[in-house]
Every structure is written in C-alpha cells, then in structure tokens.
Design a protein around this ligand. Structure first.
Ligand SMILES: Nc1ncnc2c1ncn2[C@@H]1O[C@H](COP(=O)(O)OP(=O)(O)OP(=O)(O)O)[C@@H](O)[C@H]1O
Ligand SMILES: [Mg+2]
Length: 231
C-alpha cells in the first residue's frame, strides 16, 4: 500500500486491545487512515469489526494501545472533549439508519448541525442542500415512517455527512438493503464523502463493496490484517 494518494494521517490505531470482561474482542490492532481515505474492513460475524470501530471513534477505551485523531491521543481527552469530537468531527452511519421517528427527514438530517449549536434556519438549509444532492429533496417534510428502507438509508448518509466531518464511521451502512439499492446508496455515500475529503471507515460483509475502497483490511478473531489490493 505504498502509493497512498494522500499521506496526511487523520486517524491511527497502534497496538489496540479491547476486552469485554475476559473476552478479547480486538487484539493488537494497527491502522493508519489518511484524510479523505476510504478504508474497508471485512470479516466474519463476531470477528471484532464493530468493537474496533467503537475504539476508533472513542466510544470504548482500549485496554492497551493508542488511538489518535489529528495526532491527539483519544485516551488523554476528557469526556467533554471526546463528545465534542464525536459531535463535530465524526459522523456515523448504522445498519438500520436509526432516524428519529418524531422528526422530519430534513430535521433528522440537520441534527448534527443543531447539536453543534447551529441555528435552525441555516441548519435546515444545509440539510436541504445535502438531501437535494442525494436526490431526496422531495422527502424533506416527511417522517421516517413515510419513506422506503433505501430512502432512510440515504437520509442516514446525508445526516452523517451534513456537518462535513473529518471521519465517518459506517457499520454495515447498507446492511438492510437489497444489493441494487445497496450499491446505489454506497456510491452516493462514497461520492459525497470523497467530494468533501471525509475519510470513511466502512465495515461491510460484501467483498464487492470493499473492492471500491482505497484500502481493505480483514478481521478474524479480533486480529486486523491488511489485505493486498484487489485485482
Ligand atoms: N457488549 C459485549 N459484551 C460481551 N461481548 C461482546 C459484546 N459486544 C461484542 N462482544 C463479543 O466480542 C466479539 C466481537 O464482536 P463484534 O460485535 O465486534 O463483532 P463484529 O465483527 O462486529 O460482528 P458482526 O459482523 O456480527 O456485527 C464477539 O465475540 C462478540 O460476541
Ligand atoms: Mg458488528
């Protein structure tokens, strides 16, 4: 993986171990992510992919090793600083989208901006622009129960990117979609992320999805290993 497009590192893990009680979930993980890089992680169920994401996002502190964002060790930050980072510099997409049912599509999308303190008008305008870009402009006023599965996944993508985060953590972001929809949503997701230089850590079961990433790692029994570039 010598021919990195962009050598400026945004996120790194060195020697990360994570346990749940006595159960080891991540073992000695090393990872370096450049600004704007798309990193895919594949591996069997239970291999530790989500656990690694939680460590990288500062949600679970590792038992050993270090995670750095922009050179700063997450383990040395206080709770407020970590929450601030998660709110303002990170974005998240989960398997089932997880939109808030009582908010409209537009309000759901604007949430990260509102949480970061932006006023309602500008936040909704920015959300509307991202929704438009993902072909969802017409759905703005609807509630999550009034849109399809594929559409709610697209809204989750819009919400994860609306505040132009430095890194998006995506755990099976298209896991609940059929393959045609999954491919379309993923293309939009990666296109938007690349256009704003957002790095993406993408956990997926799908090798075809992983093949679209800049780099590809696999996980087995808690051990993360780089995979040679797909032919
Ligand atoms: N909260 C928890 N308490 C105890 N063990 C856990 C907990 N969460 C996960 N584990 C265990 O840690 C290991 C790694 O789980 P993890 O969720 O990271 O796997 P995964 O690769 O994301 O799997 P999947 O593809 O099914 O989402 C598994 O053996 C799992 O049973
Ligand atoms: Mg998982």
């Amino acid at each position: 993986m010598g021919e990195a497009i962009n050598t400026s590192e945004i996120l790194s893990a060195t020697g990360v171990d994570l346990f749940y009680g006595a159960q080891m979930a991540v073992r000695d993980a090393h990872l370096s992510v450049a600004r704007g890089e798309v990193v895919a992680i594949t591996g069997q169920s239970g291999s530790g992919k989500s656990s690694l994401l939680y460590c990288l996002a500062g949600v679970l502190p590792p038992a050993r090793g270090d995670v750095r964002f922009e050179g700063r060790s997450l383990t040395r930050l206080g709770d407020d600083e970590i929450s601030g980072l998660r709110r303002e510099r990170f974005g998240f997409v989960f398997q089932y989208g997880e939109l808030l049912p009582e908010l409209t599509i537009e309000e759901n999308t604007a949430l990260p901006l509102r949480l970061a303190g932006q006023r309602k008008g500008p936040a909704l305008a920015a959300a509307g622009a991202v929704l438009e870009r993902l072909g969802l402009g017409e759905l703005r006023e609807r509630r999550p129960s009034q849109v399809s599965g594929g559409q709610s996944q697209r809204v989750a993508v819009a919400r994860a990117l609306v505040h132009r985060p430095a890194v998006v953590f995506a755990d099976e972001p298209t896991g609940s979609l059929d393959s045609a929809n999954a491919t379309a949503v993923l293309e939009e997701f990666l296109g938007l992320a690349r256009s704003q230089d957002t790095a993406v850590i993408l956990v997926t079961h799908d090798p075809a999805v992983a093949a679209r990433a800049d780099s590809h790692y696999t996980m087995a029994d808690g051990v993360l290993a780089p995979r040679e570039a797909t032919a």
